[in-house]
Design a protein around this ligand. Sequence first.
Ligand code: 2M8
Length: 431
Amino acid sequence: MEIDINKHIQKAKRTLIGSWLGNYTKLSDLYPHQWGWDAAFMGLGWSTFAPQKAKTEIKTQLAHQWPNGMVPQIIFHAGEALNYYPGPNRWQAHHYSGQDGPPTSGCIQPPMQAVAVLRIYQQLDYEEGRQFLTWAYPRLLQWHRYLYRERCPDDDGLVYVRHPWETGLDNLPDWDKPLERIDLSTQALPSYQREDNKHITDKHRPDHIYYDRYTRLVDLFYHNNYDEEKIRKECPFIVEDPAFNAMLCEANTALVTIANIVNRTAYEPRQWLKQTRQAMNNKLYSAEDKRFYAYDRKNSDLLDSHESLVGYIPLYGGVVDNEQAESMVKRMKEKEYFSDQRYALATTSPTDNKYTPQNYWRGPLWPFTNWLMAQGLHDYGFDQKVRRIENDWYKLIDQHGFCENYNPETGEPTGAYDFPVAASLFLEQTH
Ligand code: 2M8
């Protein structure tokens, strides 16, 4: 049966409108605050029919940037009032951020803001668009400077993450090895209460041991006063993630364009772009396996024991040449991402020994990654593959609505329902 895309576009718009709180979009009861890359993704969707709201979403987010330039993973607009774990009291970040206003968490997420800002600009009237860019540019520049200053100690262009939450792809099997290094036996973990599994069944969320590890990292950050140099020494999880760095490349490209529009020199973003692309290819790309791997800085080693989309998201961001793209897609086929047996794209490959089709990032199909992969595949002319992703994704929307993620075997929703980020990315993809 033909899917009525227009009907779903109207529904998607209603989902966004129903989640709008006046200055940002509430994602769900599961995630009742404003999130890092989600806010940028919301900006993309809003820009297709209500660019003013897109602008407000991003302005609200960037208004809570830390003085050191960091754009936090979460802005707790309602403080501790809404049940989310870990909330501001666990993060203790407001004592160190030097920033007024609502508290925030003390880590980051993939830097998709420049991409969103450029898109929003394109949808605004000329004068308003320029004013928006003029306002946003110095803030975006500070954000990227933070990443290259604090998170790139070798000055080689590769930015590291220090918590799985910073990747956005939280419990991929790729992160297991560095996480296992976290010693939970010697020192009791101060107690905490999870909130996520009150909304979503345990089997769809990360196991408890992961929450213990996530919490241990959060505690380590504030015990080190959010001093990045100290954290870098103490933290067992310091990873150069190819997906994060690919998004950074795309954001640097957007920043170059923005700099040109507002008549600023684009020297810095252009240098960053060149360096990060080069370093990704030199250090994270395996010519033998035809894919990227994350790099574990604590073990000076590639995290090459698992098969997940982190290996291929660098098709986004203009990181690879045509030949590489061709071999990466070939490998994706071999690893059953496009198999007719299931919906495309599982986040963790069905061939991986940790593939769990109902558990969060260990198998489920996510609109976030489907969108990134569709953008990347389109850039290299794999339009048939893009259509395959869209067909499966839209079929799931038709059957179950805008869900956070879906079981690729059965299509069953495995996360939040009426999820505005899913609606937003659908609006962007169909625009
Ligand atoms: C999920 O992550 C949060 C922590 O950031 C959580 O599980 O509580 C992830 O899917 C992440 O990528 C996303 O940004 C966030 C909000 O949608 O939820």
